[in-house]
Design a protein around this ligand. Structure first.
Ligand code: OGA
Ligand code: MN
Length: 295
């Protein structure tokens, strides 16, 4: 069967049919999907009843897996509900109960409701994220995506020139600090040391430029902090206008893949203290840094 992709918005995001992600792909299909990702930035695959093992295997069609670790979360090894390749994006304890309202893992995970690009706080940030919707709440809990290539194109020439060579510092300290999350241990702070990322990225597959923004971005290198934050706020406001956004309403067993190099995303609210939302993510590692790191 061949891959078919139906556009979900005029500018980006598509829905795929003709692919069974639970099984090994026929020859050439991974390349077709990669080309689809370069064009659309977000691909939705309905009706994929995946096990964690199948999700990890399918993900590896696009590169090596990025493993969740202490650099990316505050969840302790013994608290983990899922295997080592899975990022647990649910609201659940190991015992499959929603986190208490005051649970610091819940408060930390609330950071996913801010617009971000996955693992932009790593020196080599993620390529694709693959999110599988296993159990959904009765309402709310959409995921929204913003097209950062479309947003870049829509900037005026003066702004494009102004930002062309800017470099930002990204860290979980910045994204969690925005929400007033406090009480990180010295060890967690050390794990979350900032990295540098170019503000304008060029897509390796098609040469398109995009804004590389994220809630993790907290400084523009060489600029006074408030001035840098203001520009990042202004660009984020621009890039997340509804005309650049696709809102995904989840159906059970949707698999959604996004290109973190070309999109931002955020989770939308639901009654997470009382309802279950079991979402599991695998992440395909990026291949390169976007800029040199500080010594
Ligand atoms: C993620 C993420 C958003 C959501 O998986 O990286 O940010 O809607 N998820 O759960
Ligand atoms: Mn995310």
């Amino acid at each position: 069967m061949s891959v078919r992709i139906r556009r979900l918005t005029p500018a980006f995001a598509g829905e795929v049919s003709g692919v069974d992600t639970t099984r090994a792909l026929p020859p050439g299909m991974a390349e077709d999907l990669d080309a689809g990702m370069a064009e659309h930035g977000v691909l939705v695959f309905p009706g994929q009843a995946l096990t964690d093992e199948q999700q990890a295997a399918f993900s590896q069609n696009f590169g090596s897996l990025e493993m969740p670790s202490a650099v990316s979360n505050i969840t302790k090894e013994h608290e983990r509900r899922l295997g080592p390749a899975m990022a647990d994006v649910s609201n659940l304890t190991k015992e499959h109960r929603p986190f208490d309202r005051e649970d610091r893992r819940r408060m930390f995970n609330l950071g996913n409701r801010l617009w971000h690009s996955d693992s932009s706080f790593r020196a080599v940030p993620a390529k694709y994220s693959l999110l599988s919707g296993r159990i959904l709440p009765s309402s709310g809990g959409n995921t929204e995506f913003a097209d950062m290539a479309g947003a870049y194109d829509a900037l005026d020439a003066a702004m494009k020139a102004r930002i062309e060579d800017l470099v930002c510092e990204h860290s979980l300290l910045y994204s969690r600090g925005r929400l007033g999350f406090e009480g990180l241990t010295d060890e967690e702070r050390a794990n979350f040391r900032p990295v540098r990322q170019a503000l304008v990225r060029v897509h390796p597959a098609n040469g398109r430029k995009s804004l590389y923004l994220s809630a993790h971005a907290g400084r523009i290198v060489g600029w006074p902090v408030p001035e840098g934050r203001l520009l990042l706020e202004e660009l984020t406001e621009h890039a997340t206008q509804r005309r650049f956004v696709y809102a995904h309403e989840w159906r059970v067993n949707d698999l959604v893949i996004w290109d973190n190099r070309r999109t931002m995303h955020r989770a939308r609210p639901f009654d997470d203290v009382n309802e279950v939302r079991d979402m599991r993510r695998t992440t395909v590692a990026g291949e390169e840094m976007t800029t040199a790191q500080a010594a």
